[in-house]
Design a binder for this molecule. Structure first.
Ligand code: DGL
Length: 264
């Protein structure tokens, strides 16, 4: 680890940008390296063990090359299985993960009906089930595993277009009406989804609170970064993006430039 090193933000694709934009605002003195594992996207259907091995393997090269001060896994599908393995393999690096915001949702719901919208992988995880058991046992939680929303978010962010009927089909199972009550909170448990939240609002059968945990995750990272030396002067190097495919298409590169990231 290098205390003056960058904060490395990792996701399977563009989703982690929703966390990066919050992190940058509250950590202006830090450099960032954004890593999109586009060669592995989408993570939703990966076998757990294979995905864990893949990510732990990728980090060996990433740590060698970028010497991060902290690594932020801005992906629920990955974080719900890989955090202990990453911490064990690279004990010198502080890791911050992203897990479904089930606890705040259970605290805030008035109707007692909460939905968790995630990838199929996150929905299946024992970690997610344990969060519900530990923090939401008095609440009815519906887990909705969406096959297509992460891909729709990628298309939307790269090309500016999304099929609203397709978004509606993916979010519809989140809306539950029972015993005179209706779902009042939907947890966005995939970092890709906040980019589609306006379309989701538009296509929702009734208004709900959409919980986007990006700011909370960025604040958690800040609480660790603040304890490290450095980061007081504004960085003179630009933030970088790494695609694991080594071969991003024009639309992906254009998006990253829009976020102020240069290849490297
Ligand atoms: N952005 C990721 C998450 O938070 C996963 C998207 C995917 O690879 O399907 O779960």
């Amino acid at each position: 680890m290098s205390v003056d090193g960058p904060v490395l933000v990792f996701d399977s694709g563009i989703g982690g940008l929703s966390v990066l934009r919050e992190a940058r605002v509250i950590m202006p003195g830090r450099r960032f390296v954004y890593v999109a594992d586009d060669a592995g996207f989408p993570y939703g259907a990966w076998d757990e063990e294979r995905l864990r091995d893949r990510i732990v393997g990728l980090f060996e090269g990433l740590i060698d090359r970028h010497a991060p001060a902290l690594a932020l896994i801005a992906c629920n599908t990955a974080s719900t299985i890989v955090m202990p393995a990453l911490r064990q393999a690279y004990p010198e690096i502080p890791f911050v993960g992203t897990v479904p915001a089930i606890k705040p949702a259970a605290e805030r719901t008035r109707s007692g009906l909460v939905s968790v919208l995630a990838t199929p992988g996150t929905v299946k995880r024992q970690y997610t089930r344990d969060l519900i058991r530990d923090y939401a046992d008095k609440v009815h939680v519906r887990l909705v595993g969406s096959e297509n929303l992460a891909g729709l978010a990628e298309t939307y962010m790269r090309n500016g277009f999304v099929d609203e009927a397709a978004v509606k089909a993916e979010i519809d199972p989140c809306f539950v009406s029972q015993g005179g009550e209706k779902t009042d909170i939907v947890v966005l448990a995939c970092t890709h989804f906040p980019f589609l939240v306006n379309r989701m609002r538009k296509m929702a059968p009734w208004p709900v609170d959409w919980i986007d945990p990006a700011e909370a995750i960025a604040r958690r990272a800040l609480s660790i970064v603040e304890t490290l030396p450095g980061g007081t002067a504004l960085p003179d190097e630009k933030d970088r993006v790494v695609f694991t495919s080594g071969n991003p298409d024009y639309s992906a590169m254009r998006l990253m430039h829009g976020f102020g990231l240069t290849s490297g």
